[in-house]
Design a protein around this ligand. Structure first.
Ligand code: 3H9
Length: 680
C-alpha cells in the first residue's frame, strides 16, 4: 500500500463550534511519537481558540488507536509523554468525546479513558493487553479502568489482556453509548449530543473507587500460583491496588512498575513473540495469488486426522473425511464430535451451531469421495510407502488444481510428490497434536511446489486461525528435527542417571508447558497407544493416575540400562538440565537456519512457540540464545563434547557468530526484504 510517510498523523477539522481531531497512522493508528506530537499540537491550538465548544476524537481507517507503538519499546520514551497528553485531554476546558471503533487496545483505550465520554461504534472491542507483552498499562489504564468499571473488572481485563466486546464494555461502563455510524459521522453527532446535554460527560479522575483489598490479595495469590515465572502480572496488581489513591500518586506508582517491566528480558521475549507471529508471513511466495479453497478433504481419521478435520469444520469448511474401515470412521466421528463439544465449552463455538458444524462433515471409506475437495490433507500412517500409494491414487481422483498436502513431520515432500504427475500441487502441511488447538502449521515446501500452492497453504493457515511457517526440505522440517535433538540430550541425561521426572520438572520450571518425557507419554493420547508405550518401555509416566506419576517399570529399565553401560548414577542440577537441553535445541536450530530449512531465526522461534509449548516469555530458542550470546553457547558445546564428541558439535553458523559478534537478531534483520524493515 503506497503511503506518504510525511503526511500529518493528526488533523483538525472544524464543523461549526465543534472541532474534530482525526488520528491517521496506518495500519492500526499506533500512538507513535509523531501521533503524540500531532495530538499535543492540536490540543494546544484548540485550547487557544475560544470559538471551540466541544472536541471529538476519532481514528481513520480500520480502528481507533490500537495501542502504543510497540516498535518504539526498549528506547527512551520520546516526548510528549502519553500521561501528559491524556492529562491535557482530561483537564481540557470544553468537553471531549472519543469515538471508538475497531480494536481499541492498550494506549488507545487509555487515551479514550482521558476523554469525558466514550462512544463505541458497533463491533468495537476494547482491552488492555499489555500483560501479554510483559508490561502493564502505562498511560493511566490501571488507574482509570478501575474508576469506571470497578476493581474486579479491572483485575480481570488487565490480567487476562482479553478483548472486551462492545456490549460488555457498555455494561461495564467503559463506553457510554453504542452507535452504528461511521466514525466521523458519529464524532459530529456525539459532539452535538454533548452540547445539547443528551450525552453526559465526566472526568474519570474524579470518580470514586471502592477499595477491594480481598480481591487484590486473592488475585496476587492466584498469579503467584499460576504464572510463577512472570513478572508483569504482579506488577499489574500492584498498580491497580494504587488506584484508590489520588490519580497523580497512582500514576507515579503505575509508571514505576511499567518502566521496571519494560526493562525485563521477559518483555523483550514477549514482544519478539508478538512480531514472530507476523514475521513468518513474509515469504518469497507472498505475491503469488492463492487458489480459492471452499472444501477440505482429510485422509485418516486417527487423532491427527480428526483434529485437522475439526479445525477445518470450526473455520466453516465442509470436510470430507476418508478412512479405510467403517470402524475407524466411527471412531473418527466420535473424536470430532467430542472435539466440537470441547470447542463449545471453551466458547470457541456457539452451542447452537454445534450440530450444524458437525453436519458439514461427510464420512467415506473411498478416496474417490475427495473428488470435490480443493485442499486435501493426508494424515495417514507416517510411512513413505503408505503415503506414496495414497498420493498415486489421489493423483487420479483429485480435481484439477486441487492441492494435495501431506501432514508428514519427517518425510521428504519431493519423494511423495514424485509419484504424482502434478508435483507442483503437492505440499507439506504438518499439523501438531492436538491439531484442533495447536496453532502451528508447518508448511513444507518441496523443490517443485508451485508458489501459488504455497500462498494457498498460508491463506488456509490464516483461515484456520493458525500460524503458518515456511519450511524447506531436509531431514524433518523445522520443529520435529529440533525437538528430536533436544530430546536426545534429555535421553543422555537420563542414561547418565537423572530421572525423567526430574528432567521434566526442571524444564517445566524453566517455562515449558510440558517436559519432554511427559509430552512423549501423551503423544499417543488414546489409551491403547499409551498402554503400548508402557509395555514397550517407551512411556515414562503412568497416565492412569491423576496427577500422573512416573511409571516405575520404565524407570527400572532406565536404571538397568545405565548399570549395563557401567554408568554410575548421577543427578544433574536443574540448571545443568536446562543448559544441556537448551544448548542441544539451539545447536540444531542454528543448523536449520544455516541450511535454509527455516527462512530466518524468527521462523524457528515461531515454530517452537506456537507448536511445541516453548515459554513465550523467553521469545523462542534463538531469541533466548541471543540472551546467552554465541560465545557462551559455543563454550558449552565444547565442554559437553569432552564427554560425547559425536553428539555435541559446534554448528558453523554459531562459530562464525561468535567470531564476528553476531546475533540471531541481526540475522533476522539481514534476511528481511529491505523495504519491509521497520524504520525503528
Ligand atoms: C501499550 O499500549 C503501552 C501503553 O499502555 C503505555 C505507553 C506508555 N505497534 O496484527 P495485525 C502492526 S502496549 C506497532 O497483522 P490484525 C503489526 O505488526 C500496546 N505495530 O492485524 C502488523 O504489521 P506488519 C498495546 C503494530 O488486524 C500490522 O500492524 N496494544 C501494533 O490481525 C497489522 O497488525 C497491543 O498490544 C502496535 N501496537 O490485528 C495491540 N499493533 O503488517 C497489539 C499492530 O508489518 N496489536 N501492529 O506485520 C494487536 O493485537 C493486533 O495487531 C490488532 C490488529 C488487533 C490491533
Amino acid at each position: 500500500m503506497a503511503m506518504n510517510a510525511n503526511a500529518p498523523k493528526v488533523e483538525i477539522e472544524r464543523v461549526g463550534d465543534i472541532a474534530l481531531i482525526r488520528i491517521d497512522n496506518p495500519p492500526v493508528n499506533a500512538m507513535s511519537e509523531r501521533v503524540r506530537q500531532g495530538l499535543e499540537a492540536a490540543l494546544i491550538a484548540l485550547a487557544a481558540d475560544p470559538s471551540v465548544r466541544a472536541l471529538a476524537l476519532y481514528g481513520a481507517g480500520r480502528t481507533f488507536v490500537a495501542g502504543a507503538d510497540i516498535r518504539e519499546f526498549g528506547k527512551p520514551l520520546a516526548p510528549p509523554d502519553p500521561n501528559d497528553l491524556i492529562g491535557r485531554i482530561e483537564n481540557f476546558a470544553v468537553p471531549v468525546v472519543s469515538i471508538l471503533h475497531g480494536t481499541v487496545l492498550g494506549g488507545g483505550l487509555e487515551l479514550a479513558l482521558g476523554t469525558h465520554a466514550r462512544v463505541g461504534v458497533e463491533g468495537v472491542q476494547v482491552g488492555l493487553p499489555e500483560v501479554l507483552l510483559g508490561l502493564l498499562p502505562g498511560a493511566g489504564g490501571t488507574q482509570r479502568l478501575p474508576r469506571v468499571a470497578g476493581v474486579a473488572a479491572a483485575l480481570d481485563i488487565i490480567l487476562s489482556g482479553r478483548k472486551v466486546s462492545d456490549r460488555e464494555a457498555l455494561s461495564l461502563g467503559i463506553i457510554d453509548r453504542l452507535v452504528r455510524d461511521a466514525p466521523r459521522d458519529a464524532a459530529i453527532a456525539m459532539a452535538k449530543s454533548v452540547l445539547d446535554g443528551s450525552l453526559s460527560t465526566r472526568r474519570v479522575k474524579d470518580l470514586h473507587i471502592k477499595p477491594e483489598n480481598a480481591l487484590i490479595e486473592q488475585a496476587a495469590e492466584e498469579v503467584k500460583r499460576r504464572q510463577p515465572n512472570l513478572v508483569s502480572p504482579l506488577r499489574c496488581i500492584e498498580a491497580i491496588a494504587a488506584s484508590t489513591r489520588p490519580l497523580s500518586e497512582g500514576l507515579i506508582a503505575e509508571r514505576k512498575a511499567f518502566l521496571d517491566c519494560m526493562n525485563t528480558t521477559q518483555r523483550a521475549g514477549l514482544v519478539h513473540a508478538f512480531f514472530a507471529e507476523r514475521a513468518v508471513t513474509d515469504i518469497p511466495e507472498k505475491t503469488a495469488i492463492p487458489r480459492p479453497v471452499a472444501a477440505i478433504g482429510v485422509i485418516g481419521a486417527g487423532t491427527m486426522g480428526s483434529g485437522i478435520a475439526t479445525s477445518a469444520l470450526l473455520a466453516g469448511f465442509p470436510v470430507a473425511l476418508v478412512e479405510t474401515s467403517d470402524e475407524a470412521l466411527r471412531r473418527g466421528f466420535e473424536t470430532i464430535s467430542a472435539n466440537l463439544d470441547g470447542a463449545v465449552r471453551r466458547g470457541q463455538l456457539a452451542a447452537d451451531l454445534r450440530d450444524r458444524t458437525l453436519g458439514m462433515l461427510s464420512l467415506s471409506a473411498e478416496l474417490v469421495d475427495l473428488d470435490r475437495a480443493d485442499f486435501i490433507v493426508e494424515a495417514a500412517f507416517e510411512n513413505l510407502d503408505v503415503k506414496k500409494s495414497i498420493f498415486a491414487a489421489l493423483d487420479v481422483i483429485a480435481k484439477p488444481g486441487a492441492i494435495m498436502a501431506s501432514s508428514t513431520s519427517f518425510l521428504n515432500i519431493d519423494d511423495i510428490a514424485a509419484v504424482t504427475a502434478r508435483a507442483t500441487d503437492v505440499i507439506g502441511a504438518h499439523f501438531l497434536p492436538p491439531a484442533e488447538l495447536t496453532r502451528l502449521l508447518e508448511i513444507g515446501v518441496g523443490t517443485r511446489t508451485a508458489p501459488e500452492v504455497v500462498a494457498t497453504a498460508f491463506a488456509l493457515a490464516k483461515r484456520l486461525g493458525k500460524v503458518g511457517v515456511r519450511a524447506g526440505m531436509g531431514d524433518g522440517f523445522i520443529g520435529s528435527r529440533i525437538v528430536r535433538q533436544s530430546f536426545r540430550a534429555a535421553e543422555r541425561m537420563m542414561i547418565d542417571g537423572t530421572r525423567p521426572s526430574q528432567i521434566d520438572q526442571a524444564l517445566e520450571r524453566f517455562g515449558f508447558a510440558m517436559g519432554p518425557f511427559r509430552s512423549l507419554g501423551l503423544s499417543g493420547r488414546n489409551p491403547d497407544q499409551a498402554g503400548r508405550e508402557r509395555k514397550t518401555g517407551q512411556g515414562f509416566y503412568d497416565h492412569s493416575q491423576d496427577p500422573i506419576v512416573p511409571y516405575k517399570p520404565a524407570l527400572q529399565i532406565i536404571e538397568e540400562e545405565g548399570e549395563k553401560a557401567g554408568i554410575p548414577p548421577h543427578s544433574f542440577t536443574d540448571e545443568e538440565i536446562v543448559s544441556r537441553y537448551m544448548t542441544a535445541m539451539i545447536s540444531e536450530a542454528a543448523r536449520v537456519v544455516e541450511n535454509g530449512i527455516a527462512l530466518r531465526p524468527i521462523d524457528v522461534d515461531a515454530v517452537l512457540l506456537f507448536g511445541y509449548g516453548f515459554p513465550r516469555f523467553r521469545g523462542g530458542p534463538l531469541h533466548y540464545a541471543d540472551t546467552l550470546g554465541p560465545t557462551e553457547i559455543l563454550n558449552r558445546i565444547e565442554r559437553y563434547a569432552v564427554e560425547d564428541s559425536g553428539f555435541w558439535q559446534v554448528p558453523d553458523l554459531l562459530r562464525r557468530m561468535a567470531e564476528r559478534n553476531g546475533t540471531f537478531a541481526k540475522l533476522n534483520e539481514m534476511r528481511q526484504a529491505p523495504a519491509e524493515r521497520h524504520s525503528g
